[in-house]
Write a protein of this length. Structure first.
Length: 268
């Protein structure tokens, strides 16, 4: 029995990579990006980001919430040399919640020995798994910078990772936030909307990597019946969100290519 068609909902650049990799595993995959990623456009956020880049010496650690956070913090139009020299000189630790962020940091020139992240065999790649790796090294008075995205242009400091911030503050650390990119709802064309409607009930499998993508999908098709839709989510919380949104079936697996491919091919 052939595996189902897979709808990859990651941002466009990531979606293209996942589609190509899944196709190499013999899986029919198509990209339907449900989150647009862009540099911060608000002048105030741009100023905050520039200040954060120039004051890394203040921080015990810098946590990047995703590969997009790393890529946009170390943007191609930025003079990276002072930033990277500062990281090396002050021994600032770089925190990543999973292997995708680690790969992006490597591509940006961050030394592997400076990065703390969940082990490759961790049950999940998220803030909870990262905290298990770094909690013992946090001291009262430490300052930690969280680099994240803003869901709406102009959101001060961005949004997300409140659980980790609460744990840091309980340990006596001070947490600062900076938005390195913006997450936006996509503007789907007629063909993409038709694909989404069809995939709601034709046996396709929605590959969901964020609850925000799911929210955008529901907003784009507000009257759509999702009871016949199936989802494979890269975190249990996203699977729960899909069921709450009306998906007929949703299950979770780790966001590792081999495991995603195996889950897609599984009859479960």
């Amino acid at each position: 029995m052939s595996p189902p068609r897979v709808i990859v909902t990651r941002p466009a650049h990531d979606a293209a990579r996942w589609v190509a990799q899944l196709q190499q595993h013999g899986i029919a995959a198509v990209a339907l990006p449900l989150v647009d990623i862009a540099p911060v456009s608000d002048p105030a956020l741009q100023a905050e980001l520039a200040q954060a880049r120039s004051h890394l010496h203040r921080y015990r650690a810098v946590m990047f919430v995703s590969g997009n956070a790393a890529t946009h913090f170390f943007a191609s139009d930025t003079d990276l040399a002072p930033v990277q020299q500062a990281l090396a000189a002050i021994k600032t630790r770089i925190w990543a919640p999973g292997p995708g962020t680690v790969r992006a940091l490597h591509a940006c020139g961050v030394a592997p020995g400076q990065i703390d992240a969940p082990a490759a065999e961790a049950a999940q790649f998220d803030s909870e798994a990262l905290w298990q790796q770094v909690a013992a090294h946090v001291r009262a008075g430490d300052r930690v910078l969280v680099v994240r995205g803003a869901s709406q242009p102009g959101t001060p400091g961005g949004s997300g990772r409140q659980w980790l911030a609460a744990r840091l503050e309980a340990a006596g650390a001070r947490v600062d936030f900076v938005a390195a990119y913006e997450r936006r709802a996509p503007a789907l064309d007629a063909a993409q909307l038709a694909l989404a409607r069809s995939a709601a009930g034709d046996g396709s499998l929605w590959l969901l990597s964020s609850s925000e993508a799911l929210s955008h999908l529901r907003a784009l098709l507000p009257r759509q019946d999702w009871s016949g839709a199936r989802a494979l989510a890269t975190h249990p919380r996203i699977a729960q969100a899909a069921l709450a949104a009306g998906f007929g079936r949703a299950r979770a697996c780790r966001p590792a290519l081999a495991e995603v491919a195996a889950s897609i091919k599984s009859p479960a």
